[in-house]
Ligand binder design. Structure first.
Ligand SMILES: [Zn+2]
Length: 79
């Protein structure tokens, strides 16, 4: 009962975080990209996360208070 309606792609969830952080080997990255090509759920999710990161990066490049930077850094998932 519990846990049934979690992400349809719970397993690839694990692969997506390192993929977004560019922490995968070439082989793993290829697999993740192949999965994205065939999985609309992950493709959507990946696009959202990627644009979110680009947005954050852009904001950081402009001006962000150091406290906010620290806060964002603390939100990042440790590998
Ligand atoms: Zn998937």
């Amino acid at each position: 009962m519990a846990g049934y309606e979690i992400d349809p792609c719970e397993k690839c969830e694990e692969a997506m975080q390192p993929y977004l952080d560019r922490a995968l080997s070439d082989d793993e990255r290829l697999q993740a990209e192949q999965h994205l090509a065939g999985c609309s759920y992950c493709a959507k999710r990946y696009r959202f996360e990627e644009s979110l990161r680009q947005f954050v990066r852009k904001c950081c490049a402009e001006q962000m208070p150091p406290e906010l930077k620290l806060k964002l850094a603390s939100l990042r998932t440790p590998l």
